[in-house]
Ligand binder design. Structure first.
Ligand code: GLY
Ligand code: MN
Ligand code: MN
Length: 495
């Protein structure tokens, strides 16, 4: 990433090859065939996925900007709505089914592309219309009896929603399996290929640059949404990113203790006041692959003593975790390391007192950091695969918020996002609680009521020898202060 001093971008969007999705399909085939062999089943049948459908609001002039369903995007990279996709498990042939568009499409929405366009562009073996699926799959089936269909059905352990299996009019003409595909494809998504990493890296480079632009633009008196708009402009203008990974969280002052601030009822509309901390959690998505980055900084450009105390504890937690990450390390242990580091920081400055091990046992950390340390990241912000079959979600306070309890493996991309918040809804009951009250310095902590919170979030790739931080935002307080007065970032051009 070249150094930038503000305005414009030092980045060039990377070229996306559909080879990425060919690679994803090959990986799925390898894993699926193995899974079938392991259960003494024959390697026959089709994977069939249904892509997303475009939706209108009731007014037909307002189409909600379409974003492809994530598993479909993973296998086929198709950006248009209304498609189906199949893979012949025995031969490996890939087949797209495109919607047959009405003639008036050409009047209102542009030229109707021929099937040959999709075959070439998406690098698949065959393309037909969606109204031909049943016939084509029967024609391609080389075994007697009904063709087998492996459909996507399974629980998303984050949203608790079940993925919707492909729907066909004549499903009775197939043998349907709803069990096998979901865990296998989900596990494929957990480990990223070099091409996937390149996209996540670009989304990170662009979003890191946009965060710096936001820091430089922040001024007392502005509205939070004006800074959101600067971020959105930057990633769209210089990366063509029409989608972000999630709704921007642009919280200042006490809003920064509202974990998912920025929703319709709290739409990033507060005025920035002198003395506020800002907590900005924003990430662009580039060709389906996302980033998820949080920067915390003082809106007036200069950390106060109190802000520095809390910020330092969170930064230490962020840095210690990243320094400890490598294959074989368990994520629950990393969460506990972050909690312990934050508690030690709070104890050092006198906000809490007592034995840190006791605090850990009584889960005091969850009062200050109620969310999990981080989550898998990819085509979804909270990428699936955090709890494969057999891995239990922890039950204790704080730990049960973890979106994964896995042991780290080479190729995982995971967010590291420790935070420390002063949330009345958690703090006040804890200060009254018979088990926890003794740990709080009630007078000191009252100085932090209304402070809000601090989160530092980076996206980290686990490598064979350790890990690599894909995010490049100023983190050290003096770097943040320097950048906010216009110093270049990255500070050294070689960085
Ligand atoms: N941006 C939501 C999260 O950090 O998980
Ligand atoms: Mn985030
Ligand atoms: Mn996150």
């Amino acid at each position: 990433m070249a150094s930038s001093t503000g305005g414009g971008s030092a980045l060039t969007p990377i070229t996306v090859s559909m080879e990425l999705h060919t690679h994803n399909r090959r990986k799925l085939l390898r894993c699926l065939r193995q899974r079938l062999l392991d259960s003494s089943r024959s390697i026959h049948g089709f994977v069939l996925l249904q892509g997303g459908e475009e939706q209108n609001r009731f007014c037909t002039d307002h189409t909600i900007l379409f974003r492809q369903e994530s598993y479909f995007a993973y296998l086929f990279g198709v950006k248009e709505p209304g498609f189906y996709g199949a893979i012949d498990i025995a031969s490996g042939r890939s087949i797209l089914f495109a919607p047959r568009l009405p003639e008036e499409y050409a009047v209102w929405l542009g030229k109707i592309k021929p099937l040959s366009h999709f075959k070439e562009y998406y690098m698949v073996d065959m393309v037909f219309y969606t109204d031909e699926i049943v016939r084509v799959l029967h024609d391609l089936c080389d075994t007697p009896g009904k063709p087998s269909l492996f459909l996507l059905y399974g629980l998303n352990t984050d949203s608790n929603n079940y993925s919707k299996p492909a729907m066909l009019k004549e499903m009775e003409k197939f043998d349907v399996d709803l069990e096998v595909l979901h865990p296998v494809i989900t596990e494929c998504r957990v480990h990223k290929s070099d091409m996937e990493i390149a996209l996540i890296q670009f989304a990170n480079d662009l979003s890191s640059e946009a965060h710096v632009e936001v820091m430089r633009s922040a001024k007392v008196g502005m509205k939070e949404y004006q800074l959101e708009s600067i971020f959105l402009h930057h990633v769209y203008m210089y990366g063509g990113c029409r989608h972000c990974s999630y709704t921007c969280i642009c919280a200042t002052g006490e809003n920064s203790a509202v974990l998912h601030y920025g929703h319709a009822a709290a739409p990033n509309d507060k005025t920035l006041h002198d003395g506020d901390m800002a907590l900005f959690d924003m990430g662009a998505e580039y060709h389906f692959y996302g980033s998820d980055i949080t920067c915390s900084f003082p809106v007036n450009g200069k950390f106060s003593k109190n802000q520095l105390l809390v910020y330092d504890a969170v930064l230490k937690a962020h840095d210690y975790v990243i320094a400890s990450m490598r294959p074989g390390v368990n994520w629950v242990d990393m969460h506990k390391l972050a909690e312990r580091t934050i508690l030690e920081g709070l104890k050092e400055v006198g906000i809490i007192h007592g034995d840190i091990d006791d605090m850990m046992d009584r889960r005091l950390g969850a009062v200050f950091m109620p969310h999990g340390l981080g989550h898998l990241l990819g085509i979804d912000t909270h990428d699936p695969g955090g709890y494969p079959k057999g891995l239990e979600r922890p039950k204790e306070a704080g730990l049960r918020s973890l979106r994964t309890a896995r042991t780290l493996e080479d190729g995982m991309v995971i967010t590291v996002e420790p935070g420390c918040y002063f949330i009345d809804a958690l703090l006040l009951p804890a200060m009254e609680d018979a088990d926890k009250s003794k740990y709080f310095n009630h007078r000191e902590i009252s100085r932090f009521r209304g402070f809000g919170g601090i989160r530092i979030e980076s996206n980290v790739l686990v490598t064979a020898g350790g890990c690599r931080n894909l995010t490049n935002c100023p983190r050290r307080p003096h770097d943040i202060e320097a950048v906010m007065t216009g110093a270049p970032w990255p500070s050294s051009p070689a960085a």
